[in-house]
Design a protein. Sequence first.
Length: 294
Amino acid sequence: MTNVIGNEVGLSTFVLASPFTDNDAASFDRVADMGYDLIEVCIEDPSLLSANWIAEQASRTGLAVSICGAFGPGRDISAADAETREGALHYLKTCVDFAATVGSPHVAGPMYAVTGGPPMRDEAQRVEKRSRAALGLGLVADYAAGFGVRLAIEPLNRFETDLVNTVEQGIELCGLIDRKNVGLLIDTFHMNIEEKNIGDAVRAAGDLVFHVQVSENDRGTPGSGHIPWEEFFLSLQDIGYGGPLVVESFLPTVQEIARAVSLWRPVAASMDELAIDGLAFVRSSLEPSQDWVI
């Protein structure tokens, strides 16, 4: 069995500042000084960020970059309204442009719909929305393919979306899109809520796993709660995952984000402590155990 040593470990900018802007150069230094390999930049407001600036800061600090999107109102590629879909398409293409410039292998996130507080819909309505999402994301994937960029689609828990909650549903959406550069972002926080068995879900996804985010069951420091981490890392090993693992949480002081992800209290003594301890935990989890067959 091959171990997963060699994976880059990253930190999400949601832990550092929100929205992340061209004024946050010091965040690159903080992430590098902590010992991370990668910074995951969320494109919350493209008008406040420059791709060239991100590339310059990454080069200066020796960090790799991953790009993810933020899917609030107006960025619903599955909307019934054509103008809204067009706006979401434009935003996603902008994220692809960022990824191409900074060297991110993908754009990641729950790009199929708006995040947070889904309304009650029947299954027929959900099927229609998934179909519209698949059509729009196919166009984005074709655009991204021209730059060698992939799309990593993230299943979310039931409190944040009603369209794609499980890895199985994510695989189904990838099948509807039917592009080789479309796969999944898996996030342990969401999987802990929705999957019967996290390891089995990872193994079912197999080579469709393009990207991984690690977060504890309460959005706190990885390793501080009850996520079945040993099983999770063993399942990544089983599928031969060699991509990044990004520590993700959210600043509870940012109302829009806190509302979207239902974060009502601090989940660590400080976000720096979460970042430092999270990195140490992930690094230790990537070390081969004496029980593994290498």
